[in-house]
Design a protein around this ligand. Structure first.
Ligand code: HEC
Length: 191
């Protein structure tokens, strides 16, 4: 349910909600996962599972360097405007990384440290571990310095949600960048 809410930004789905508790969707997903793990030993870490944490570089990160890493290594698939690409049928081919169709502010990926580790181990797609730790942090910060859909837990102000849900994390949530308060949300315009 959390994945539907945050990573998949269920707010943008027709119902605006994750499938309700008890929905067949969860039973079917669990069945699929159980089927995929047939014959796999339980309680053992398999090669390729999860990804190592990439520590924050001593000098922190830099958005301008991140922009350059992005344009050189990521824009080809995710678009120079970060909006991803779709196939002829309109299905997502390469996911948007910011803006109204991306993961929202409540997703783990919106944290710079989480995105840096994911990126280092998985991106550019097909070239894992090709970026330096510094590049991974710079590009993760660059992605996550853009507006994206609201944190679904936000009921009051962004400042209140920053305090309640984002305290102490490496993220741009609730920070002002180029005169814009991040966290206010990028929503799809009504059709
Ligand atoms: C060759 C195409 C390609 C390139 C180049 C590429 N990506 Fe990706 N990216 C993908 C695909 C495909 C996925 C979806 C993977 C999946 O769902 O398993 C993805 C997923 C992601 C996600 C997860 C998005 C989400 O909603 O969870 C992030 C973040 C990301 N890429 C960042 C990057 C960054 C940063 C770079 C450059 C360093 C990069 N990608 C380069 C193809 C690419």
């Amino acid at each position: 349910m959390g994945c539907f809410m945050y990573s998949m930004n269920a707010q943008a789905s027709p119902s605006g909600q994750p499938p309700p508790a008890g929905s067949d969707v969860y039973r079917d997903l669990m069945t699929y996962m159980a089927w995929m793990s047939d014959g796999i030993p339980t309680g053992e870490r398999l090669p390729g599972a999860l990804y190592p944490k990439v520590p924050k570089p001593e000098g922190g990160y830099d958005l301008e360097r991140g922009r350059v890493v992005y344009q050189q290594n990521c824009a080809l698939c995710h678009g120079s405007d970060g909006q991803g690409t779709r196939n002829g049928a309109g299905d997502v081919r390469f996911p948007p990384l910011w803006g109204p169709q991306s993961y929202n502010w409540g997703a783990g990926m919106a944290r710079i440290n989480t995105a840096a580790s994911f990126i280092k181990a998985n991106m550019p797609f097909g070239k894992p571990y090709s970026l330096s730790d510094q590049d991974a942090w710079d590009v993760a910060a660059y992605l996550n310095s853009h507006e994206r859909p609201k944190d679904p837990r936000q009921t009051g102000t962004v400042a209140e949600a920053a305090e309640a849900f984002h305290a102490g994390e490496d993220s741009f949530y609730g920070k002002t960048l180029n005169g814009h308060l991040l966290g206010t949300g990028a929503e799809l315009s009504p059709q």
